[in-house]
Design a protein around this ligand. Structure first.
Ligand code: ADP
Length: 485
């Protein structure tokens, strides 16, 4: 990959199968685009179904040995992975900014977040505690032990190419599972670089395998329909999640799903305006809005509404848009042309239905996949962008009169990942947090992600949790042993 002389090793562009980087059996390559220019950066190996099966063979060959590795020994390796990622933060951030398009501060934040999953799960690996109890009828004992669930297929999206991978790999390894990672076609370089870092940090051959493919449906279905596979962990769209749940149903494979969101951001009249704006900037503009937790709809109470819109326009308008790799950029490129098309469609629909464009709202001329920070005020309730994730730097703001209206509008969606509430009334804030039908609620805070917290959604935003102890249990099965005493 050009420009990566600072890297401590050449960025791999092949498949990781067992102990080797291999070019794949099909002889084809996938072009990786630079979102800031639209040009081709490099190409990576394109895995066939046979390559997917080879990865599964490698994961199987390593499975028993890894499951039998003492928890402390696994923890030591995970701790080394944490340190190795941190040691490589600068060029990894550069690589993410290059292939994903996000601004360097976002990319750097992502690398450190990605590393933290290894630290957290190094700490969790030695705390996979079971239980022992007396059966209610007396006589026997109930013994419960958590065993590794087995070979895991991990499928990740392009928006956090490092963190979505480590959020799955680290708990899988901590639990004693081997895995196959299938990164997104748009951003495999980061995953491959992380794969090489893990190898060098001492992860044994076959424990982590990585296959990129231009045909994820065939490769993933073949892996899911093989009886050796026991776990699917997916992050991506609800639409693909549904397809994968059907594929997983064939062999009744345990599935964790982190799917789409449509996060509401509620600002009540008594909110601290500056704090709400700071939170809004993080919730909306982290990753230029390309996050499933990104605030998609701002519901702001009438008393604070004019001031909130004015300040948001001022702050968002001050952001510098540009190539992610340019140190001055604060809002990077979108992932591809399709992303720009979707944003334009949703913005045009909202404007046609009466929204007023207070900032941005127009795709700039020139190369690359850029969309400027934009604020749409007075968005009407029938606008499509209140129902669909815009996944870009566009804030849609809607006024409301009564808190009950805001709760109703916030819950009126099939999604339920993250919601945000700003109010100085903590009692009311906590009551609202309980009533919002979301897996995660941020109260007077613009960021929910934390490796030590259970991340996940309700309704069509997903199944299961990642991070925290919950994320570890997703890669285990409870084994119950009935003991006559
Ligand atoms: P996004 O909308 O963020 O691109 P997708 O859900 O389309 O999210 O993709 C997320 C991940 O799912 C990517 O790694 C992609 O390659 C993979 N994927 C897409 N379709 C399928 C499929 N039919 N089977 C397995 N994986 C898929």
């Amino acid at each position: 990959v050009p420009g990566f002389e600072k890297a401590s090793f050449p960025v791999p562009t092949d498949l990781l199968v067992g102990d080797a980087w291999v070019p794949g059996s099909g002889g084809k390559r996938i072009d990786i685009l630079d979102p800031a220019t639209g040009g081709v950066l490099t190409s990576v190996a394109d895995a066939t179904v046979a390559d997917g099966m080879a990865a599964l063979d490698a994961a199987e060959a390593a499975a028993a040995g890894w499951a039998a590795t003492p928890p402390r020994a696994r923890a030591v390796i995970l701790q080394r992975c944490f340190q190795a990622i941190v040691d490589n933060v600068d060029w990894l951030a550069q690589l993410i900014a290059l292939e994903n398009g996000k601004a360097l501060p976002d990319a750097r934040g992502e690398v450190l977040y990605a590393a933290e999953f290894f630290r957290w799960y190094a700490e969790e690996a030695v705390r996979i505690n079971g239980d022992l109890s007396i059966a209610p009828a007396g006589g026997n004992r109930i013994m419960v032990q958590y065993q590794p669930i087995g070979i895991s297929l991990l499928i990740t999206p392009w928006n956090f190419p490092a963190a979505m991978a480590t959020r799955k790999i680290a708990p899988a390894l901590a639990a004693g599972c081997t895995c196959i990672l299938k990164p997104a076609e748009e951003t495999p370089l980061t995953a491959l670089a992380v794969g090489e870092i893990l190898r060098q940090a001492g992860v044994p051959a076959g424990v982590v395998n990585i296959v990129n493919t231009s045909d994820p449906a065939s490769v993933c279905s073949a892996i899911l329909r093989d009886r050796r596979t026991r776990k699917l962990s997916f992050t991506g769209s609800t639409e693909v999640g549904r397809i994968l749940l059907r594929e997983a149903s064939y062999n009744v494979i345990n599935s964790s799903m982190e799917l789409g969101g449509n996060a509401p951001f509620l600002v009540l009249d008594d909110a601290d305006l500056d704090a709400a704006i700071d939170g809004a900037m993080i919730a909306k503009m982290r990753n230029a809005g390309e996050a499933c937790t990104a605030a998609n709809r701002f519901y702001v109470q009438e008393g604070i509404y004019p001031a909130f819109v004015e300040k948001l326009v001022e702050k968002m308008g001050a952001l510098k848009m540009g190539a992610g790799t340019d140190a001055a950029s604060q809002c990077g490129a979108m992932i591809n042309r399709a992303a720009i098309d979707k944003i334009e469609t949703l913005v045009n629909d909202a404007v046609a239905k009466g929204a007023s464009v207070r900032l941005g709202g127009k795709t700039p001329e020139g190369a690359g996949f850029f969309y400027p920070p934009s604020v749409l005020a007075d968005v009407s309730l029938d606008a499509d962008l209140l129902r669909e994730e815009i996944f870009g730097p566009v804030a849609a703001v809607v006024p409301f009169a009564h808190v009950e209206d805001a709760v109703r509008m916030a819950n009126d969606t099939e999604y339920g990942l993250a919601a945000y509430v700003y109010t100085e009334n903590m009692k009311l804030g906590l009551q609202l947090a309980e009533r919002l039908e979301y897996g995660m609620v941020a109260l007077n805070r613009g960021l929910v992600s934390d490796p030590a917290a259970p991340f996940g959604g309700v309704k069509q935003s997903g199944l299961g949790r990642e991070g925290a102890h919950h994320g570890l249990l997703e890669f285990t099965e409870a084994k119950y042993i009935a003991v006559n005493w």
